[in-house]
Design a protein. Sequence first.
Length: 198
Amino acid sequence: MKSIEELYQRALDLKNKGLADKDISTELHISVNTVSWLLSREFLKESKVKDVRVGWRSVGVYGSRISSISEIMADIIEEEARKGEFQFDSILGITINGIPYATMVSYLLDREIIVYRPHPSRKEGFFSSNFASVNGKNVVIIDDVASTGETIKRTITDVQNAGGKVVLVVVLVSKLQGDDILGVRIRALFRTHLVGDL
């Protein structure tokens, strides 16, 4: 997106197609609060940036590029396992955008794959029965962007409630401050930080 107005128009188009704010936030890689801010047209009254949009389409259009990024993620996981002295059984991908990376990392590290789908309105999400279960497993969570951390928090809680243990979270990009979420270490290939008033 080249401007806030274009981002607003994209959010509005998705809203008009029936997508909920959470789904719009996932599609545009911005927080739900930013979606609400855009759709209320508050950006017309304010001059300060409220969020950072992350676009990684140039990586996502080819499987070979996803594979290359996944190699870096796998390397980070192995590094963290050595430093933290933990074992891991499974790689969990959060739908939709975490799944391609989790699948490749699962292949590279020869671990089970778990697929998790957060529910847009309920607190609990769903684990796909077509893939590995969570119960009794040490799990590494993979997603694309950590904006507010709410999806990752829900995922960690649901893994725990299903009898698993999250030992690490790896994302392409983190907008979060800090190195952990609900006591679980989070590693990002890239971190965003706003500097000064924009």
